[in-house]
Design a protein around this ligand. Structure first.
Ligand SMILES: NC(=O)CC[C@H](N)C(=O)O
Length: 253
């Protein structure tokens, strides 16, 4: 079966086309749909197997990155999203999409005291645009199956993952949710954790492993020529990000 992907657009999304392209390269059929169409017709998600929240600056990052779209999902599309999750489907949030997922309540972050983790401004207080090395830290996440290490670009201002306290981080860790971490690379002397994230977290999943959000951009490394050093590296076939999308497609095979 060819899974159908709903790539959700909102005012300020800017990675929706690349993300739809990445899913198509991996064998899915992707459609970009504006959030206002989904709000008019919540049942339209029933025709899709994967929901993807792409990167960008939804609603201009007003009130904090991802806050407004996260609230729209939480308050106006909660039934449609709960049905989507309960049917065993997949949800992926990339960069701004991760910020939206954190604020939407879909990542099993909230407890009886409210959200136990958030994405804060980068420690440097600046937007950071560079490549990072990542390692997969648990086998919980559907999207990361069979992947150990990745090289991907980041481009964000509000990407510092923080837990409410160490106990909250321990709970996520024990559940295998802190799946993707920034990692040291031998050939790179820059700080390996670019934004000061707690426990080097670059991405996390929900307890089922079917909802996943990450700050780096896998859709920006599909083809090997997208890597800044592709002519100097030993020959390789494809970008590191492609396998992540392929894993999502293969989940429905
Ligand atoms: N690339 C993106 O998705 C940017 C995310 C967000 N707007 C930030 O700057 O933090």
């Amino acid at each position: 079966m060819t899974p159908r992907v709903l790539v959700l657009r909102a005012p300020g999304s800017n990675c929706d086309m690349e993300t739809a392209y990445a899913f198509e390269q991996a064998g899915a059929a992707a459609e970009r749909i504006h959030v206002n169409r989904w709000l008019e017709m919540p049942q339209l998600a029933g025709d899709f197997q994967i929901l993807c929240l792409p990167g960008g600056f939804s609603y201009g990052d007003d009130l904090g990155a991802g806050r407004i779209l996260g609230n729209q999902l939480r308050h106006h599309l909660s039934d449609a999203l709960a049905a989507f999750r309960d049917q065993g489907k997949l949800i992926l949030g990339i960069c701004n999409g991760f910020q939206i997922l954190v604020k939407s309540g879909l990542l099993d972050i909230d407890d009886d005291q409210g959200p136990a983790a958030t994405l804060n401004w980068n420690k440097s207080g600046r937007f950071i645009d560079r490549w990072v090395t990542l390692r997969v830290a648990s086998d919980r996440c559907v999207f990361l199956q069979g992947i150990e290490q990745l090289n991907l670009p980041i481009a964000h201002a509000e990407g510092q993952f923080l837990g409410r306290d160490e106990a909250a981080l321990d709970r996520f860790e024990d559940a295998g949710q802190l799946t993707l971490r920034y990692a040291k690379a031998d050939d790179d002397s820059r700080p390996y954790n670019p934004n000061g994230a707690a426990r080097d977290v670059a991405g996390m999943c929900d307890r089922s492993g079917r909802v996943f959000g990450l700050m780096p951009h896998p859709e920006r490394f599909i083809d090997r020529t997208q890597h800044p050093q592709w002519t100097r590296r030993p020959k390789f076939d494809e970008g590191d990000g492609l396998q992540l999308f392929r894993n999502a497609v293969q989940y429905f095979a």
